[in-house]
Structures are given as structure tokens and as C-alpha cells.
Design a protein around this ligand. Structure first.
Ligand code: PMP
Length: 401
């Protein structure tokens, strides 16, 4: 029997794309949203919008309560020690930039920041630019052929000069789960701070901040089936205290005169200006929706579909997979065929996949490819999507060969 997704009907975007004969296989870029999230957005606006943390009037209090409810839910979702450890940002990228600015004062020339060769630009460029500003050394951990951070090499490269380790938990290109516990332990043994880019990982299972033991964890709502324009930054309480304020404006101030100001502690001290109120409230609805699902059934569905994707790709002799993906995506090239040409023909047949360098140019250079096609799966995808993808791939290859 064909593998279907019991959750597809919850996502109006998928149904709309179905009716346009579009096969959406790009959830690693952004995910479709369940009806519950659309309802929450509409309910907030239709019920009377208001700013948060400012006004005492009823709509303001209501918005503030719903906004802070999401902080509580996110803290429970991530098993943070308290809601005070959750900072709302505009996305994973902003969370990581906040860290690179907020921690800058801790570094001196010659200190080392350690990242991996698999990082998305969002977890490379903020550190690269910080290194340039402060004359630091950026150390890049090499990968195994499967795409894992090479632990024996990491053991020698994380050392006494390491002040910070920043790695992604699940690569958006290689789809590998990195050996985070060991890496975090290596960094902590050296007294270094640890930052995890969880933008992809958080989508495929709940993460436990207290068990993981990292200092900071960054992710985006829009990949997690929530609205865009909202990000989460988890910071262990003691680590948040190391951060200097980085954006200045409304509601992050304790006292201000024309020449000086004092600022609130995190999280509100790191949330200058009007936050994405509707998005944060709708992220709360997203977490409720995800909580209502049987997590084991979702994982089993994603794993079965991913196996089908890999098995289907392996039928083509000249397909070259980038790494050995474990979860929800596969990036590949086909010998002798330009990925852009192939993507064009797939697009013409209504297949929505991503092509290019996937915001990881140095990684693709290291793998010796200019661009690759990425197929990525969400919990709403099913076997029929893969069948349409492979039929379109066959057609395209027939034309191109
Ligand atoms: N890290 C990884 C691994 C990602 O895949 C992405 C998004 N492609 C990001 C960070 C940045 O997320 P955003 O664009 O939502 O800020």
C-alpha cells in the first residue's frame, strides 16, 4: 500500500499546491503551515491587534499574555530550565548574529572560534566577520566522507585557545546528525562557550537543552511549520548573562537620559523594538499543533519516506549523493549533467526542489561541486510526491542525456 501522510490535510498550503499540480519537496527551505497556525494569525488580527509589554489596556494585556504563553511553551518544548532562557528573534540568522555581536567583548586577538566545514552561511559568516573584527582565528573542523564532523580531528583542534564552538546539529546539505554531545563536552573541557545551530534539527524531533548541555541554541519558526519572521534563541541563564546588548530601542531599557542608559536583562533586554507579535503568538499555536501529534508516528513516517527517497536515487548509477543523509533530505548531482538544467526541467514539470549552493558555498567547494539539487521532506509529504518526482526526473534525464 502506498505511504500516505495522515497530516497532509492539516496543511492548506499543501492542498493548494496539489490543486496547482505542484509537488512541494523544499521543506528544508521553509515548511507549509497547518490550519491551526493560520487560525491563530487571523484570530490575533481579527480580535484586535496590540503591542506587547507596553500598554495596560485590555488588547495589550491579552497580546502580552499570548506572547508570553509562547515563551512558556517554547521553554517546555526545548526543555529549558526556565522561560527566561528563551529570547525571541526574527529567525535563526538573527539569533546567530545576536550572539556574534553580544559575545564579541569576550574575545581577544589570537583566540579561536571553532566551526565545522558543514556550516550554513548563517553559522559561518557571523563568526568569520567577528574573527576579522577582532583578529581571531576561525578553525574549521573537517568532515568524514559520510558528512560527520571528524571527532578524532576535533579532539586535536579544540584546544586551550578555543573560546567558542559553533556547529549545526543537522546540516541542510548533508542531512547528518552531528556528534554534538561529544563536541560540546570537548569544548566545555576547554572552558569554551557552545552554540548550536538547530535550524534543521529542531524540525525532526524535540531537543532537550538541559540534556544537550549547550550554552546557546538557535532556530527558526518557519522551518518548524510556524510563521516566518520569528526565531528562537535558547540561552542557558549563565550564558545569557555574558551577552552584551546588541540592538537598542523600545522596551529594552531600565533607565535612559540623553547621555546614558541602563538596560533590562535577557530575554526582554535582547528584544529591542516591537517584536513579531502575531508570529510569536502563532508559533505558540504551532507548538500546540506539533504537541498534539504522535511524535513516534511522525518520525516513523519521515524515516520511511526518506528511505524511499534514497532507494529511488540509488537506482540511478550516475547519481552522486552529497554525504550519506540520515534525515529528511538528499542533495545530489548527476554526472555529466548541469544541476541548473536539471532543476529547470523539474520545475517545468511542477516539482518544487531547490538547486544551488544551499547557502553553504565553502562546503560545496570542498565537495567539489558547483551546485546540487536538494529534495527535502516535511511530515505532510507522501509516496505520491516521490513518485511524481522520480517520474519527472526520468523525463528530464531522457531529454538531457
Ligand atoms: N542554519 C541552517 C542549517 C539552515 O538550514 C538555515 C536556513 N536555511 C539557517 C541556519 C538560517 O535560517 P533562517 O534563514 O531561517 O534564519
Amino acid at each position: 500500500m502506498a505511504l500516505t501522510s495522515p497530516w497532509r490535510a492539516d496543511f492548506p498550503g499543501m492542498l493548494a499546491l496539489d490543486s496547482e499540480s505542484q509537488t512541494y519537496l523544499d521543506s528544508a527551505a521553509t515548511a507549509q503551515k497547518p490550519q491551526a497556525v493560520l487560525d491563530a494569525l487571523l484570530a490575533y488580527y481579527a480580535g484586535g491587534a496590540a503591542n506587547v509589554h507596553r500598554a495596560q489596556h485590555l488588547p495589550g494585556e491579552r497580546a502580552t499574555r499570548a506572547f508570553e504563553d509562547t515563551r512558556d511553551k517554547a521553554a517546555r518544548w526545548l526543555n529549558a530550565a526556565s522561560a527566561e532562557e528563551i529570547v525571541f528573534t526574527r529567525g535563526a540568522t538573527e539569533s546567530l548574529n545576536l550572539l556574534a555581536y553580544g559575545l564579541e567583548h569576550l574575545f581577544s586577538a589570537g583566540d579561536e572560534i571553532v566551526i565545522s566545514a558543514a556550516e550554513h552561511h548563517a553559522n559561518l559568516l557571523p563568526w568569520q566577520q567577528l574573527a576579522a573584527r577582532k583578529a581571531l582565528r576561525l578553525v574549521v573542523l573537517p568532515l568524514t566522507t559520510a558528512g560527520d564532523i571528524d571527532l578524532p580531528q576535533a579532539t586535536t583542534l579544540i584546544g586551550a585557545r578555543t573560546r567558542l564552538l559553533a556547529v549545526s546539529q543537522l546540516s541542510n546539505v548533508l542531512g547528518r546528525w552531528q556528534p554534538l554531545e561529544s563536541l560540546i563536552q570537548l569544548a566545555r573541557d576547554q572552558g569554551a562557550l557552545t552554540v548550536v545551530d538547530g535550524a534543521q534539527a529542531i524540525v525532526h524531533g524535540r531537543q532537550d537543552m538541559q540534556a544537550l548541555g549547550c550554552d546557546f541554541y538557535a532556530c527558526s519558526s518557519h522551518k518548524l511549520y510556524g510563521p516566518d519572521g520569528v526565531g528562537l534563541l535558547y540561552g542557558r541563564r549563565s550564558a545569557l548573562q555574558c551577552l552584551q546588548h546588541w540592538q537598542f530601542g523600545g522596551e529594552m531599557v531600565q533607565q535612559a537620559n540623553y547621555h546614558a542608559a541602563t538596560f533590562r536583562h535577557a530575554p526582554l533586554g535582547l528584544e529591542a523594538g516591537t517584536p513579531p507579535v502575531s508570529g510569536v503568538i502563532a508559533l505558540g499555536a504551532t507548538l500546540d499543533y506539533l504537541d498534539s501529534l504522535d511524535a513516534d508516528a511522525v518520525s516513523a513516517h519521515e524515516a520511511a519516506l526518506h528511505q524511499m527517497l534514497l532507494a529511488g536515487l540509488q537506482r540511478y548509477e550516475d547519481v552522486r549523493l552529497l554525504g550519506e543523509p540520515q534525515t529528511a533530505l538528499a542533495c545530489f548531482t548527476i554526472d555529466g549533467i548541469h544541476s541548473g538544467d536539471l532543476a529547470h526541467l523539474l520545475t517545468e514539470q511542477g516539482i518544487a526542489v531547490r538547486v544551488g549552493h544551499h547557502c553553504a558555498m565553502p562546503l560545496l567547494q570542498r565537495l567539489g561541486v558547483n551546485g546540487a539539487i536538494r529534495v527535502s521532506l516535511g511530515l505532510y509529504n507522501d509516496e505520491s510526491d516521490l513518485q511524481r518526482f522520480f517520474a519527472a526526473l526520468d523525463n528530464a534525464l531522457e531529454l538531457l542525456r
